[in-house]
Design a protein around this ligand. Structure first.
Ligand code: 3PG
Length: 384
């Protein structure tokens, strides 16, 4: 695909689609990982003397309607702080967007525009008319075929990939296409059903898959272990068994249980054979964590998506902590992606030691599943 960094941006109207879909509470941005990840792209365009127009969605508002709670204003304020300059929000881009060379504006939430999610041509063309060059940089939204990610790229005079999108594709490609081995994936989270396709794709390419969270409970059940009242999916036991025949998926030998899902729940360490009918498994135990950490030492590539326990409660966070530290200590090429995973990376302060932190949640998973990302596919088509 064409890259923004290969183009002369001087004096051009450059429309950049970023994924600035960040958590906002009380009018303030509470995690700015995605905003900071987009900064180099925006700064590059500003320094090159472009007239910069940035756009993004925020949350899932009712389409076609303005709603204060989904306004980009808090993001603009935060971005302004990071850039050390004013960032105006353009409420109605159809009334015209005025921006000088080396300056930027942020369009209001693209999901306030009718036709955004349906990828309608009329809206896509209206975006395209704003620019000389369209830059797709929103890796986190590249799995969505919407007007601001996909449609606009059909009609813009020039459509290219921004540096963040390019870096994400490079890093994920490096981990998936021709990885240094052993390749170990860690897949945590609550349900096998939401990650079955990911597990299946990974089982084709990984040397080992480490499972955690509710996902591990289904594998424990598949291995004939008692899981008590734990979250697990009985109907997916056959799928779990099949995966275990294909690739090494060690199940925990010890687990940390609670009797209720709460911040004050008492944590009890048990052998995986001794889980009782009223127990809920909330973490892997220290023996399991130690064994897995040993195995991670051998890994040359690590793909991590999902915590292995309820780490938001400290008493059930030791497993996720131990694996985080093992990843941090490893000299493997490591990639972490997904909202909960990034929260764990933050909590255990390993951001510096992970080789690549992806800004993608759903997009990260779809890429790992081997699916085509429509917003990338259209750039490839345009490059032909
Ligand atoms: C994400 O957070 O995964 C992306 O920003 C996409 O958001 P969406 O799932 O609302 O399309």
């Amino acid at each position: 695909v064409l890259k923004m960094t290969d183009l002369d941006l001087k004096g051009k109207r450059v429309l950049i689609r970023e994924d600035l879909n960040v958590p906002v509470k009380g009018g303030k941005v509470t995690s700015d990982v995605r905003i900071r990840a987009s900064l180099p792209t925006i700064q590059h365009a500003l320094e090159a003397g472009a007239k910069v127009i940035v756009m993004s969605h925020l949350g899932r508002p009712t389409e076609g309607e303005y709603a204060d709670e989904f306004s980009m204003q808090p993001v603009a304020d935060h971005l302004a702080g990071l850039l050390g300059r004013n960032v105006n929000v353009v409420k109605d881009f159809r009334a015209g967007v005025d921006v000088a060379e080396g300056e930027l504006v942020l369009l209001e939430n693209v999901r306030f525009n009718k036709g955004e999610k349906k990828d309608e041509d009329e809206l896509s063309k209206a975006y395209a008319e704003l620019c000389d060059i369209f830059v797709m940089d929103a890796f986190g939204t590249a799995h969505r075929a919407q007007a601001s990610t996909h449609g606009v790229a059909k009609f813009a005079p020039v459509a290219c990939a921004g540096p963040l999108l390019a870096a994400e594709l490079d890093a994920l490609g490096k981990a998936l296409d021709n990885p240094a081995r052993p390749l170990v994936a860690i897949v945590g989270g609550s349900k096998v059903s939401t990650k079955l396709e990911v597990l299946e794709s990974l089982s084709d390419i990984c040397d080992q898959i480490i499972v955690g969270g509710g996902i591990a409970n289904t594998f424990l059940a598949a291995a004939g272990k008692p899981v008590g009242k734990s979250l697990y999916e009985e109907d997916l036991i056959p799928a779990a068994k099949k995966l275990m025949e294909k690739v090494s998926i060690p199940v925990p030998t010890d687990v940390v249980c609670g009797k209720e899902f709460s911040e004050t729940a008492v944590a009890t360490l048990k052998s995986a054979d001794e889980v009782e009918a009223d127990d809920m498994i909330f973490d892997i135990g220290p023996d399991s964590a130690k064994a897995l950490a040993e195995q991670l030492k051998e890994a040359k590539t690590i793909i991590w998506n999902g915590p292995v326990g309820v780490f938001e409660f400290d008493q059930f966070g030791e497993g996720t902590k131990a694996l985080s530290l093992a990843i941090a200590a490893s000299d493997a090429f490591s990639i972490a992606g997904g909202g909960d995973t990034l929260a764990a990376v933050d909590k255990y302060e390993i951001a510096e030691q992970v080789s690549y932190i992806s800004t993608g949640g759903g997009a990260f998973l779809e890429f790992v599943e081997g699916k085509t990302l429509p917003a990338v596919a259209i750039l490839e088509e345009r490059a032909k």
